[in-house]
Ligand binder design. Structure first.
Ligand SMILES: Nc1ncnc2c1ncn2[C@@H]1O[C@H](COP(=O)(O)OP(=O)(O)O)[C@@H](O)[C@H]1O
Ligand SMILES: Cc1ncc(COP(=O)(O)O)c(N)n1
Length: 499
């Protein structure tokens, strides 16, 4: 028996037991794609090799049943299976082997797609195997017959209307005490409903999922794909009606995009990953540390320019004119007042309490810093405060931050806020060692030694780069540009007072 990790699973391990389709549209190929597209880990045991394409079935080869049993055991001896989807079973011997294995392993979820005839009209189940297949119904949690298959399971003529389909499904469900997904694909008309008929709670509950027929010939493998999707989703949630509803929504989108694949000239496949591809699912996102390295390299030139500024050099060696320094600090104090407000906006937009607390704490820190600047440096000898108006460089920097805040785009705003932490600390790291007891700006240089500031810079980088990994390509590019622009404003800010 399985010896895998137990406990709550986020990625359901789903086994398809089915036949093959070398053109990839039906059978285990469709199942594996469907399982992956719906968030599961797919596995497959082959019942029959089918030489088929989008136009039809050419021949079927059923390997020795003992080998089927070996494949099944190879999976269940090693893996804890969360759900099984059963498709093409070919004949009586295969059905018996699968039934024996089910009885021994008892997987928690079993979805049976009672495949009998392909979309092309070719038989995929021996005519004498129907009774054996009925015997599997009691071992399944859900059976997903199309209209002709439902009729065969019921032992009745095929239903001609949706109401007849539902009544037949209710009879099969009640007789075998199994959930039935009745499917409208083989009826005619614009309206194309499916319905979950659930007799497991005593009374039969029918949940209908409405749908509209898509004009397409890309319907090869729809039944395989739908049953695999339901098995995967129900393994994750345990909710049958919701799994069926979600699966139909996903299937509909995948059917709609099938023709874009240009596979074959007959009944083409569906596009299992269309939703994922259309929503950016094929782009590999960079890790947070890759974003960090990329953004830091992006502003390497700006950082080198800052180090070379006469203002920064003079600050380091103590030759900077005191009035120039005080003009700089006066602008810094004005900047910090509004920067604190933007940090507070980031706090209000933050998606998690941790991030909210971080930005709110930083806002408090920035305004405290502004007040202490006034106390320590910006008080004149007579006790009056040194006042200044916003200069054009400070105004431009603040406008850049205000514009990001005005868009209420958390990602963009925190990217724009980051250089004030990161570039400032970086400059300080190089200035700090130049401090000495007689240095005129000693107390200012020493503030960079504060480990609390270093920790908050680290946290800001971590929050922003992590957000960037999840932002999608366009969002990440916008964040990078907002970050670069703020770094450039930092450079101008250091340069503004001259030296
Ligand atoms: N042309 C179509 N437009 C939209 N949905 C379809 C279309 N054809 C089939 N479906 C959906 O695909 C699923 C399988 O349909 P069906 O044809 O009844 O089964 P099977 O593929 O087993 O023959 C159902 O959910 C059905 O609603
Ligand atoms: C191996 C295999 N299994 C099932 C089907 C039915 O496919 P459809 O979903 O189109 O009825 C198929 N054509 N081949």
């Amino acid at each position: 028996m399985g010896c895998g990790v137990t406990g709550p699973r986020r990625v359901p391990r789903v086994l398809s037991i089915a036949g093959t389709d070398p053109t990839g549209g039906a059978g285990i190929h469709a199942d594996l794609k469907s399982i992956a597209a719906n968030g599961g880990y797919g596995m497959a045991v082959v019942t029959a090799l089918v030489a088929q394409n989008t136009q039809g079935v050419r021949s079927v080869h059923v390997p020795p049943v003992a080998f089927l049993a070996e494949q099944l055991d190879a999976v269940s001896d090693d893996v804890d299976i969360d759900a099984v989807k059963i498709g093409m079973l070919a004949g009586v011997d295969v059905i018996r082997a699968v039934a024996d294995w089910l009885d021994r392993v008892r997987p928690p979820v079993v979805v049976l797609d009672p495949v009998m005839v392909a979309t092309s009209g070719d038989r995929l189940l021996d005519a004498d195997a129907v009774e054996a297949l009925r015997g599997l119904l009691s071992r399944a949690d859900l059976v997903t017959p199309n209209v002709p298959e439902l009729a065969i399971l019921a032992g009745e003529p095929a239903a001609g209307t949706w109401d007849d389909v539902l009544e037949q499904a209710i009879r099969v469900a009640a007789q075998h005490r199994v959930r039935v997904l009745a499917k409208g694909g083989h009826l005619t008309g614009q309206h194309l409903p499916d319905a979950l008929v659930d007799p497991t709670g005593g009374t039969v509950i029918v949940t209908e999922f409405s749908g509209t027929r898509i004009e397409t010939s890309n319907t090869h493998g729809t039944g395989c794909s739908l049953s695999s999707a339901i098995a995967t989703l129900v393994a994750g949630s345990g909710d049958w009606a919701n799994a069926a509803a979600e699966s139909k929504r996903w299937l509909t989108e995948s059917i709609r995009h099938g023709p874009e694949l240009h596979v074959g000239v007959g009944h083409g496949p569906i596009s299992h990953f269309a939703g994922l591809w259309n929503r950016g699912g094929i782009v590999t996102a960079p890790t947070a540390s890759e974003v960090e390295a990329d953004w830091w390299a992006e502003i390497a030139g700006i950082r080198a320019d800052i180090d070379d500024l006469p203002f920064v050099r003079g600050l380091g060696d103590g030759t900077l004119d005191r009035d120039v320094f005080l003009r700089y600090l006066a602008q810094d104090a004005l900047y910090l007042r509004d920067y604190a407000r933007m940090l507070a906006v980031a706090a209000s937009l933050a998606p998690t309490p941790d991030e909210q607390a971080f930005w709110a704490g930083s806002a408090q820190g920035a305004i405290a810093e502004e007040m202490s600047l006034h106390e320590s440096w910006l008080t004149n000898a007579d006790g009056s405060l040194r006042t200044a108006g916003l200069d054009s460089v400070t105004t431009a920097y603040l406008n850049h931050l205000l514009a990001a805040a005005a868009r209420s785009d958390y990602h963009l705003l925190i990217a724009a806020l980051l250089p004030c932490f990161w570039v400032y600390q970086d400059v300080g790291e190089r200035l700090r060692p130049l401090s000495h007891p007689e240095h005129p700006y000693r107390s200012w240089l020493d503030t960079y030694a504060d480990p609390v500031f270093a920790a908050s810079v680290r946290q800001a980088i971590d929050i922003v780069t992590k957000a960037a990994t999840g932002a999608g390509d366009a969002g990440r590019a916008a964040m990078r540009e907002a970050f670069r622009a703020s770094a450039e404003h930092e450079r101008r800010f250091f340069d503004a007072q001259g030296a």
